[in-house]
Design a protein around this ligand. Sequence first.
Ligand SMILES: Nc1ncnc2c1ncn2[C@@H]1O[C@H](COP(=O)(O)OP(=O)(O)O)[C@@H](O)[C@H]1O
Ligand SMILES: [Mg+2]
Length: 318
Amino acid sequence: MSLRQLSQSSLQFILFGGKGGVGKTTMAAATAVEMAREHKVLLFTTDPAPSLADSFGQKIGSEPTAVEQVPNLFAMEIDASKVLKEFKEEYGSEILDILQQGTYLADEEAEELFQMEIPGLDEVMSFKKIMDFMDNSEYDMYIVDTAPTGHTLRLLMLPDLLDNWIKFLGTLRWKYHTVVRHLAQKGNMEGADKFLVEMKKTVKKVHALLQDVERTEFVVVTIAEKMAVAETQDLIKSLHKMQVPSGHIIINNIFPQDESDFIRKRRGFQDQYIQSMKEMFPHHIITEVVLQATEVQGIAGLQTLGTQLFTETAEKEG
Ligand SMILES: Nc1ncnc2c1ncn2[C@@H]1O[C@H](COP(=O)(O)OP(=O)(O)O)[C@@H](O)[C@H]1O
Ligand SMILES: [Mg+2]
């Protein structure tokens, strides 16, 4: 089995997620290199510990950076905390208005509330950045190397979390308007209201994109080990619950068939986990990737892996 189906569809948005260290960045980068043969691709990471630069062996910036030796491929590492800071700079006064006008908070108290961390806002803002690229149709395909499982789930729950946050601000706003109307003042749409409407739209768009079967696919990357299988199960369950299309699993770092007792033994354990994942996820396309003798780094290694990922292999007898 392979990822080939991904290149034969209308997909626009491919996310790679899974436990830390299983090969997400490597698989996302190899897929991006392969896809760039026919599409203009933007690869980006939302992992707070990004490593696209290591993977490519090139400097990758916080804005789309042309990847050397791969025409049509651009990569960027999004610093979520920086994006959030920019967001607060842009909308800070509107949010503060809402907090001050809708509550009886003193200026400093409202300021304090504003500085508080809103869970996941940084991540959704990173997504918003991508959606802005999409709106301008700058690339044909967007590939995301996501943060390890825990973060990814948070990101996927975001639309709801954020929705609640917006509702909360909306309630404050409503209270404010009631008071204002009471005082017989004109209810013009103010900056704060516009902001709420904008945020609401963004969240809705992120939600719609993440659930769009035509455009989106979440590829789960894992390895054949007990803990990884359990995490994979959780992740796939969550994706299902959040209606994020996900039909592919990559099992990475599989030991090659080998004569040595040590490798044969390890491979034997892996085969059991591989088999149980096949039974657990009968509807997923499972791609198996062998552990290489060296780390997969640099364009040549990624190209080889990319080709391998997209080449159909016959199902082994099992
Ligand atoms: N099939 C493989 N064979 C050999 N090394 C691999 C393979 N897949 C990944 N690696 C190496 O394992 C390390 C971790 O991979 P990475 O993609 O950074 O994981 P993650 O992004 O999930 O944390 C990297 O050094 C990468 O080169
Ligand atoms: Mg990584």
